[in-house]
Write a protein that binds this ligand. Structure first.
Ligand SMILES: [Zn+2]
Ligand SMILES: [Zn+2]
Length: 237
């Protein structure tokens, strides 16, 4: 064994370009190319809105959550990696992104009491082997704690939501979640975490359930936000 192997025991490769890295699995060059959501963002969903306050999607919906923070746009290579992470059991992709989620979280200035991953149904868990949101929360869990994995569950096995309308999604998700230990969230400010925000239906249904069970406020954090349709932005006003 070489001495360097003792210092850097893992051969970590960048999840995008496969270059060897000694930090977490995204090299500097690829990190700089990530589609971070910056500029004018929606105060409700954190999406790139092209509007100073609320995006056109949020203007037309009544969200149950206070606010969602969105880190990256769900597009291009990032989207491909997230899909590989979820569909091809490429767990290392989630571990790399968990560092990015941790970095972002440290800058949030809201006093959360509890962090909850959006739960997946046990059938999906068997199929995938892990809850992607739990992996993405790994860094936060290690440095900050307060990530509760077993008090909030999904009792309804909903079909894949891809391509479904907002109304359809909402119907599928009705009463899909359950709080197992209400004492952990009672009067608490909860931060819910999900990998991808598409229409906000999942965050809404979760927030509704959590508030019904006594949560004081529910915020959301997601790694990726689906791009808000440009036509919708242009047609705004
Ligand atoms: Zn790279
Ligand atoms: Zn919005």
């Amino acid at each position: 064994m070489k001495i360097l192997d003792l210092i850097f025991p893992q051969n970590v490769k960048c999840i995008f370009c496969s270059k060897e890295v000694d930090e977490y699995g995204i090299c500097k060059e690829c990190y700089e190319k990530l589609p971070f959501i910056t500029g004018k963002t929606c105060i409700k969903c954190g999406g790139k809105s092209g509007d100073p306050n609320v995006c056109i999607e949020c203007k037309n919906s009544r969200h149950e959550f206070e606010q969602v923070f969105s880190i990256l746009e769900y597009s291009g290579d990032t989207k491909q990696k997230i899909l590989a992470f979820k569909q091809n059991k490429r767990k290392n992709i989630g571990v790399a992104f968990s560092e990015l989620v941790g970095e972002y979280f440290e800058k949030l200035n809201i006093p959360f009491d509890v962090i909850l991953p959006v739960p997946i149904h046990e059938n999906r868990l068997k199929e995938r082997g892990y809850n992607q949101s739990e992996i993405l929360l790994q860094r936060i869990e290690n440095t900050y704690g307060r990530v509760y994995k077993n008090i909030f569950v999904r009792t309804k096995d909903t079909p894949h939501q891809t391509g479904l309308s907002k109304e359809h999604r909402e119907n599928n998700l009705k009463n899909a979640f359950k709080v197992l230990d209400k004492s952990k969230i009672k009067n608490k400010t909860v931060l819910l975490f999900d990998d991808v925000y598409t229409t906000g239906s999942t965050f809404d249904e979760c927030a509704k359930t959590l508030k019904k069970c006594g949560a004081f406020k529910v915020y959301g954090l997601c790694l990726c936000r689906s791009p808000i349709k440009i036509s919708k932005i242009l047609n705004n006003d």
